[in-house]
Design a protein around this ligand. Structure first.
Ligand code: ATP
Length: 228
């Protein structure tokens, strides 16, 4: 059984329909890529899964429970951790305080997070506001891990970062995968995303148009759906 199962999801912004039947699934321990050009519905799908948008059609099941329509804090507590676009941390808390504020019981502790991102250990007592963009993104990943989520969702987590920092984030994603963490990733960097993904879902105009392995997403299909 899948950890996350989204079935024919329909979501709206007011009267305007954005999702017309998005289906996707993430199995336990799997890395799944959610892809599609700008405006095709990736963020809306994630916001629906997190309970930030109440879907008007379809189903969302997490760990076997129906979660569509549940409040965001309840969904988070069931074990979905988000690394949002634009790295939101508490600027006036230190790195250490940001991490412990997010902590919930589990295998991910501050020690393990700083092992994954040694830079955060070095910056332990600095305010988050004084970190570089890349360090703040590492902190955002660390905060999500500290909640010990069953599923971690990365929404454009490498967007706008310097190449060396992106490399660190991708290395961290590979480490998480090796540790058996279930991950749903939205990212535009196919060269990094495809090798780490077990399965890909592609959205077009609010509908899932492709589901398959990265190998099945041939250059022709990439060109058709992703315009690369
Ligand atoms: P991107 O890669 O640019 O983030 P996306 O695939 O995440 O794109 P969404 O942001 O989910 O796409 O957008 C899906 C559709 O919903 C688009 O047509 C977009 O214009 C519309 N949309 C997104 N946010 C809103 C909003 N707050 N109000 C109204 N329409 C919106």
């Amino acid at each position: 059984m899948s950890l996350l199962e989204v079935d024919r999801l329909e979501s709206f912004y007011g009267a305007s329909q954005a999702l017309f039947g998005v289906s996707l699934a993430v199995a336990e321990g799997e890395v799944v890529a959610l892809m599609g050009r700008n405006g095709m519905g990736k963020t809306t799908t994630i916001r629906s899964v997190l309970g930030l948008i109440r879907p008007r059609g379809g189903r969302i099941a997490f760990g076997g429970s129906e979660i569509a329509g549940m409040r965001p804090h309840r969904i988070a507590r069931l074990g979905i951790g988000l690394v949002p676009e634009g790295r939101r941390c508490f600027p006036n808390l230190t790195v250490h305080e940001n991490l412990v504020a997010a902590a919930r019981k589990g295998v991910w502790t501050e020690a393990r997070v700083t092992e994954l991102f040694p830079r955060l250990g070095e910056r332990r007592d600095q305010f988050a506001s004084t970190l570089s963009g890349g360090e703040q993104q590492m902190l955002a990943v660390g905060r999500a891990l500290m909640t010990n989520p069953r599923l971690i969702i990365l929404d454009e987590a490498t967007e706008g970062l310097a190449p060396v920092i992106r490399k660190d984030i991708w290395a961290a994603i590979r480490t998480l995968k090796a540790a058996g963490q279930s991950i749903l990733v939205v990212d535009k960097t196919l060269a990094e995303l495809l090798p780490v993904a077990d399965r890909c879902f592609v959205l077009e105009k609010g509908t899932t148009v492709f589901e398959g392995t990265p190998q099945a997403l041939t250059p022709e299909l990439q060109d058709r759906y992703l315009g690369v």
